[in-house]
Design a protein around this ligand. Sequence first.
Ligand code: TXA
Ligand code: MG
Length: 315
Amino acid sequence: MDQVTTRTFAPDAAGLTAAADVLAAGGLVAFPTETVYGLGVDARNSDAVARLYAAKGRPSFNPLIVHVPTLQAAERHVSFDATARALAQAFWPGALTLVLPLKPDAGISPLVTAGLETLAVRVPDHALARDLLQAFDGPVAAPSANPSGQVSPTKAVHVADHMTGLINGIVRGGDCTVGVESTIVATQPVPTVLRAGGLPTESIEAVIRQPLARAGDSAAPTSPGQLASHYAPKGTVRLNAETVEAGETLLGFGPVDAAINLSRSRDLTEAAANLFDALHQLNAMGAEKIAVSPIPETGLGAAINDRLRRAAAPR
Ligand code: TXA
Ligand code: MG
């Protein structure tokens, strides 16, 4: 691919206006959200979406999440049933993506949905993301701002390290506070969690007062793009390590002697926020064999374990 100049946009009104202009011109702009940094393009512009897939090296059957500043803006593109509306009202802005029927006149590029009749939408809970979306005033398709299959970025420097020369700009925000991607829920034909993420499924079930189906259950819709091997650091990954073997570097959880610790106090929120930076650091250290302490499956632990299982999957 041709190299492009990657500009840096300051996290202020002038920077966001300039970033919105680049989006309007069909450019690729990375920006912070509360979950991870996204790589945004105008979701109506197929040429721009194609450049996005090329920059990420992403399989084009994997559809993208569209980011909007408000529920009202989302309603231009998708139809909300009662469950979806209740979830949007409870959790937007926030780390919840809803997969809903695409409206016929939605104006979204079919490359964004990979030809599906549903669209994934979310309203991010981050002031810079919201201000950028408002300045741009249109739907922004944004996957995580990392090369496909690699670790997601939770700091601007992660984006700069891997995407400089491939994208048109980076909005320099701070660290992402949640640290794992949004939870993805489809409401039809039955409420289903397609990807565990930054909003615990227990919180969603408390609002809809029924258990969520899981992708793979018989009535559940399928989830494209949940590739088995993903989030891969350079080293091999061994999960649920109670002990450390020769040559292994420990990614710890809890009061253990570890090269990097996700949370010494066993705080799952802290661990989620630290997860991807820890994987970036293990790469920088040249760790070849990574052992990971056991992490409970409750709350944000479900999302952390999902990412770690895929980091550990055969490649
Ligand atoms: O937190 C996040 O969700 C971040 C930030 C940037 O918003 N974005 C993110 O996007 O994680 P990405 O592209 O890495 O993941 C999008 C996921 C994929 O697993 C894809 O298969 C799923 O969303 N997806 C998108 N559209 C879908 C649809 N119509 N039906 C089912 N799954 C869909
Ligand atoms: Mg991703």
